[in-house]
Design a binder for this molecule. Sequence first.
Ligand code: ADP
Length: 196
Amino acid sequence: AETVRSSAESLQSLLNDILDFSKIEAGKLDLEIIDFDLQALLDDFAGTIAFSGHDKGLELFFWLEPGVPTKLKGDPSRLRQILTNLVGNAIKFTHVGEVAVCVSLEKETEQEALLRFVVRDTGIGVAKDKVGLLFDKFTQADASTTRKYGGVGLGLAITKQLAELMGGQVGIESEEGVGSEFWFTTRLGKQVQGAQ
Ligand code: ADP
């Protein structure tokens, strides 16, 4: 039963990735703009992802820097999808140590905030010649990745497209055998003053 369940989950996540990617490529992915609380989103996300980190004996940290506005407007589901991709990868490719998520404020105006999310791990890292390619669709670090870790190489391509749709960028710094740092920025609206 466990095997059937995990196969079904892999298939579902693959189908969702392919559908999302096709939607983005067709220019049909519309972002929602609704009020949400970043602190609540991170708390809830940390609660759900904690299980897979805990199963591997990894420490998970979430750090929201003081001064980051939390009463925001944007698409919380897509923001969560980016975090799920990056933190899910960080846990998948880390065998010992920790995964840390840090959110900081890059810039703000009366109406908008540009936030930076960094997901750092102490995992297997990425070889220098592969770092620049990982955000391309269907790209993995090497031919053994699918066999050892699963996946098809769509998660980061979707992450990049979503971050760009949300007015941001993505990037990576990594050292093989030491760990990786994936970051993205996103432009979010601020709720009217007083909501805080
Ligand atoms: P998938 O996880 O389905 O393979 P992704 O697009 O999410 O696809 O990732 C592409 C590749 O980037 C992975 O297969 C892996 O080789 C590499 N990668 C992603 N995140 C990490 C990480 N945190 N540490 C090491 N390698 C990573």
